[in-house]
Design a protein around this ligand. Structure first.
Ligand code: UDP
Length: 484
């Protein structure tokens, strides 16, 4: 006797690949746990996921997409800007958030129409907390980051240890954490570093929305950062559920179709190419969906890779989608034939990382990328660019010890790398260090393989992430209001 209706969840992702991909994965996860799911997307972002969602529905899941118009023009942006990936200058960022804020009213209309029992919204959409409040339903926040970052940021906010140093490059210890974590002010996220009215206000709204929320969903697993999961929940007193790695739990259904955008290179071509290589012999290089490499850094990277002598798959994105070939060293592509594969634009990252030939991952330290690297059991070279990526680097190198820093010191304020932040000699050395058979690299490979096993166990029935999701759904069932 089912006295209650089926739970119905709204999912509202932030319009960036690094947020939409895991949010859709989480939505599919809830659907697999027999929750009815509605994902809110905009006209240009919906088609990226519609095939996957349609397939899920035809295999019996109760999963749907609702489209909200994105008010780009009303907010003073050019038409067609619906994703941070296509913002072409930092001045567009505040306008993007103006447009986002305008989505509150249409969201409330959707809620009136569909009566969701709860909402899962990105931290960048703090108005959703207010909307949920109006309807008296729980709202959960999705950060897109990890426990470690949340703990570090909170310690910085409360203890302000960075006030005690005399220069931006002087190291200080982040107090009150389970490990001794060292950082510099140069590594701060931009919102922290540049206290513009826009940044401060958005940060305050986000924090306020989180404190008023039902709790936080974290795409991580307990065994990866147990001390920080405990710290976040018990010392900081936040309610949170760890349910990841979400890419792993969905992999059997999601990998066959292209998640995200259409891969710009035939997936089979890359995988067949990797099939011809020895296990652990290829370095995979990718800086996420947003970061762009400058012309001179592109050149330097090519030289460093060539000098190292290792095989590589390199995903290259430049600022204006320029002809990459024009900025590579003379004859580079001919010399690298069979040895290095360059992918322009979008790569099937999860599939590449999972291939046995891949033995190292040079990453910009976006959280999804790191978690995907951990899940695949691949040690990393860390090349953070901006946002919270330097914090993630600290997690990888200081806490987990499964990666080597390439040695970037300063966080960018925008998506393109500085002219040359890392020289070819350094690149060559670090690649050799990670891909070679030294003891340090051996130890990293051993550690990351162990974490990969734990990641897989976490999402299986009885595993920590599986059980946390079940516990959350049970709790949400208790909050359910009778059908209208
Ligand atoms: N991604 C991909 N192919 C690419 C670039 C990115 O599949 O060529 C995926 C990657 O697997 C990850 C997401 O896009 O799931 C990027 O998120 P992340 O947090 O790593 O970085 P961001 O793009 O947000 O900086």
């Amino acid at each position: 006797s089912e006295a209650h209706h089926q739970l119905h969840a709204f999912f509202f992702p932030f319009m960036a690949y690094g947020h939409m991909i895991p949010t859709v994965d989480i939505a599919r996860l809830f659907a697999a746990h027999r929750v009815k799911v509605t994902i809110i997307l905009t006209p240009l972002n919906a088609p990226i996921f519609s095939k996957t969602i349609e397939r899920d529905r035809s295999s019996g899941l109760d999963i749907h997409i609702q489209i909200l118009q994105f008010p780009a023009i009303e907010a003073g942006l050019p038409e067609g800007i619906e994703n941070v990936e296509v913002l072409t200058s930092p001045e567009m960022v505040p306008k993007f958030f103006v447009a986002i804020k305008m989505l509150q009213e249409p969201l409330e209309h959707l809620m009136e129409e569909h009566h969701p029992d709860f909402i899962i919204a990105d931290m960048f959409l703090p108005f959703a907390t207010e909307a949920a409040g109006k309807f008296g339903i729980p709202l959960l926040i999705f950060h897109g980051t990890n426990f470690f970052y949340q703990c570090v940021q909170e310690s910085l906010k409360c203890h302000k240890p960075y006030k005690g140093v005399t220069s931006d490059s002087e190291t200080f210890v982040v107090p009150g954490l389970p490990d001794k974590i060292e950082m510099t002010r140069l590594q701060f996220t931009n919102d922290f570093k540049v206290e513009t009215e826009f940044n401060t206000k958005l940060m305050d709204q986000m924090r306020d929305a989180e404190l008023k929320s039902f709790g936080v969903l974290v795409n991580s697993f307990y065994e990866l950062e147990p001390a920080y999961a405990e710290h976040y929940k018990n010392v900081m007193g936040r309610r949170a559920w760890h349910i990841g790695p979400v890419s792993l739990r969905n992999r059997d259904t999601i990998d066959k179709v292209q998640r995200g955008k259409k891969a710009s290179i035939d997936e089979h071509y890359v995988l067949n190419w990797l099939d011809t290589k020895e296990p652990n012999s290829v370095l995979y290089i990718c800086f996420g969906s947003m970061s762009r490499i400058s012309r001179s850094q592109l050149y330097e990277m090519a030289m460093g890779l060539e000098d190292s002598g290792f095989s590589f798959v390199w995903v290259v994105r430049t600022l204006k989608d320029e002809e990459v070939e024009r900025f590579l060293p003379e004859g580079f592509e001919e010399r690298m034939e069979g040895k290095g594969l360059i992918i322009r634009d979008w790569a099937p990252q999860v599939l590449i990382l999972d291939h046995p030939a891949v033995g190292g991952f040079m990453t910009h330290c976006g959280w999804n990328s790191i978690l995907e690297g951990v899940t695949a059991g691949v040690p990393m070279i860390t090349w953070p660019m901006f946002a919270e990526q330097f914090y993630n680097e600290n997690l990888v190198t200081q806490v987990l010890k499964i990666g080597i820093q390439v040695g970037v010191e300063e966080s960018n304020s925008w998506i393109e790398t500085k002219d040359v932040s890392v020289k070819k000699e350094k690149i060559g050395n670090v690649v050799t260090q990670l891909m070679g058979d030294g003891e340090e690299a051996e130890e990293m490979r051993r550690k990351v393989k162990e974490l990969s096993e734990k990641a897989k166990r976490a999402v299986e029935e009885g595993g920590s992430s599986y059980e946390d999701l079940n516990a959350l759904i049970e709790e949400l069932k208790m909050c359910r209001k009778p059908s209208p």
